[in-house]
Design a protein. Structure first.
Length: 276
């Protein structure tokens, strides 16, 4: 008989790579959404919050372009301007987006309940804490400073724009591994509240945890989410879980406060030779 032997990593998790808005801070991922709406309003093209949120996770210029490619938005643009939006329009809106986003980021930079505790538990286990984001480096300066003030300091932060391509490409995750000098990819877990953010981790070959409630999928600040009647909560929860599960997340939980049991399970699977 002929056999081939396959090498498998059986060690522990070595790094957890966390998204920012909707994952560790800004419950509901509000900060970018409100600014996208404002930028289009200034072009006399009103868009809904759902339209603004659809491409969430991408580099912010790519995000504006994707909003402008939605059929309903193109129709409204055509009505307002007598023509369809162009790349120059996207550039002009992106130029307006940047200062508006910088101005309001700190209004939405509260850490999500459970984030600090999860990070502390990860650190006790010896995991490095990486992070990736669709925000630009100058926006991250503000978020990093606000997070530090609240006690959250990741070992590495990589923004779209510091790598050849943002999400869903794997490069921000892989750059974190380089920055923190961790390997192999099977020892890394990506945690995110958006589909492109989960895909980023999957494309890197990592384990992934999708967050259904605290981020872009439900899209409500903590107070509004808590005030919802139970049946509405349940409907939104089911829809969000389905979205995060069907993009291929290994695990889906409500928020980062529910992360640790997923990591326990991943360690069990790694020990018996499973791969992401
Ligand atoms: Mg996010």
């Amino acid at each position: 008989m002929t056999f081939r032997y396959r090498r498998s990593y059986r060690g522990p998790i070595r790094s957890v790579i966390l998204d920012w808005a909707g994952t560790t801070m800004d419950f509901g991922c509000m900060a970018p959404a409100v600014v996208f709406v404002e930028v289009f309003r200034r072009q006399q093209v009103p868009i809904s919050m759902d339209e603004a949120r659809a491409p969430m996770g991408a580099h912010k210029r790519v995000h504006i372009k994707r909003i402008s490619e939605q059929d309903a938005v193109r129709e409204r643009w055509q009505e307002a301007h007598g023509r369809l939006p162009t790349d120059d329009d996207v550039d002009a809106m992106f130029a307006e987006f940047v200062p508006l986003q910088l101005e309001c980021l700190s209004e939405y930079s509260d850490l999500i309940p459970g984030a600090l505790d999860a990070v502390e538990q990860c650190r006790k286990r010896g995991y490095k804490i990486g992070s990736t984001t669709g925000y630009l480096p100058e926006m991250m300066e503000i978020n990093v400073r606000d997070a530090e003030r609240q006690g959250y300091v990741p070992d590495s932060t990589v923004s779209a724009g510091q790598v050849p391509a943002g999400r869903p490409y794997p490069f921000m995750c892989l750059q974190n591994m380089i920055n923190m000098q961790v390997s192999p990819v099977e020892a890394c877990v990506k945690v995110d509240d958006t589909v492109p953010g989960v895909e980023e981790g999957l494309n890197a070959g990592m384990w992934t945890v999708g967050l259904a409630i605290s981020g872009n999928e439900v899209g409500l600040p903590l107070g509004e989410w808590e005030a919802l009647p139970e049946d509405e909560k349940q409907a939104k929860r089911e829809r969000a879980y389905r979205r995060m599960e069907t993009c291929g997340s290994h695990y889906v939980v409500d928020t980062i406060a529910d992360l640790m049991p997923c990591l326990d399970d991943i360690e069990t699977r790694l020990a018996r030779g499973d791969r992401p």
